[in-house]
Design a protein around this ligand. Structure first.
Ligand code: SF4
Ligand code: SF4
Length: 217
C-alpha cells in the first residue's frame, strides 16, 4: 500500500506539497470509500518557475492554475491509486475549508483568512487526493502560529480592509483601483505579507500578484 513517504516523493516531482491530511469520518463529506484525504498546495521553492513554463500558462486560455492543477493532480492520482478532488469542481463544492481545518495544520486567522503552519496567510490549496487505505500520517503541530504572534496581519492593510472584523472586499477593490494599490497588485496582499509565517515561505511575489489579479481583474 502507498505510504506517506511515497506520496511526498511523487508529489515533490509534480511540484506539489501536502498542505495536510486526515482520516475522514462520515461527517466530513469525503467520498464514501476514502480513508485518507491529503490536501495539496504548490511545491515551494520554485513553483512559480515551473508554473510559468507549463502549457496551461503558455496557452493564454482562462484559468491556467486550475487547469494545471487538474492535469498534474490527475496524473498524481493515477500514479498513487487515488481519486483527485478540486475546490473549483461544483456545485456542489467540496468542503475544502473544513477539510483544511481537519488536517490540524490550518486555522482561522485573526483576519478570518485561513492560516497554515508553514505557508502562513499565503496558503493555496490546489486540490486533494482521496485514498482508499488508512495511511499513517505525521503529527500535526500543537497550536496555530497565531497563538504566539502579535498579529501584524490585523493592521497591515493600508485601508483596513482586512482586520479582526473580517474582509471588507469593497474597500480592498477600491484601494486596488487606486495608484496606492500598486504594491498589493505587484507584490500581493500586504496583510498576507505581514504574517511572519508567510514571510518565511518562499512564494514568488509574482505568484501572489497573480492571486490579487484574479480577485481584482
Ligand atoms: S490586497 Fe491590499 S487592499 Fe486588499 S486587503 Fe490586502 S492589503 Fe488590503
Ligand atoms: S500574522 Fe500572526 S496572527 Fe496573523 S495570521 Fe500570521 S501568525 Fe496568525
Amino acid at each position: 500500500m502507498v505510504g506517506y513517504d511515497d506520496i511526498l516523493a511523487h508529489a515533490g516531482k509534480a511540484h506539489l506539497d501536502p498542505v495536510g491530511a486526515f482520516h475522514p469520518t462520515g461527517d466530513d463529506g469525503a467520498p464514501p470509500d476514502c480513508r485518507t484525504l491529503v490536501l495539496f498546495g504548490p511545491g515551494e521553492p520554485g513553483f512559480w518557475t515551473h508554473l510559468t513554463a507549463s502549457p496551461e500558462m503558455q496557452d493564454r486560455r482562462p484559468d491556467p492554475v486550475d487547469r494545471w492543477s487538474r492535469r498534474v493532480l490527475g496524473d498524481l492520482a493515477r500514479s498513487l491509486g487515488a481519486v483527485p478532488l478540486f475546490p473549483f469542481d461544483g456545485p456542489p463544492w467540496p468542503p475544502f475549508i473544513a477539510w483544511a481545518k481537519r488536517t490540524g495544520r490550518v486555522w482561522s486567522s485573526p483576519v478570518t483568512l485561513l492560516v497554515h503552519d508553514r505557508a502562513g496567510l499565503m496558503l493555496s490549496i490546489r486540490g486533494a487526493l482521496a485514498f482508499p487505505g488508512h495511511i499513517t500520517l505525521p503529527d500535526a503541530p500543537d497550536a496555530a502560529p497565531c497563538s504566539a504572534c502579535a498579529a501584524p496581519c490585523t493592521s497591515a492593510c493600508p485601508v483596513g480592509a482586512l482586520s479582526a472584523a473580517g474582509y471588507d472586499t469593497a474597500a480592498c477593490h477600491a484601494h486596488l483601483d487606486s495608484p496606492e494599490g500598486a504594491a498589493c497588485m505587484t507584490q500581493g496582499c500586504a496583510a498576507r505579507r505581514a504574517c511572519p509565517v508567510s514571510a518565511t515561505y518562499p512564494r514568488h511575489p509574482a505568484q501572489s500578484a497573480l492571486h490579487v489579479a484574479a480577485f481584482h481583474p
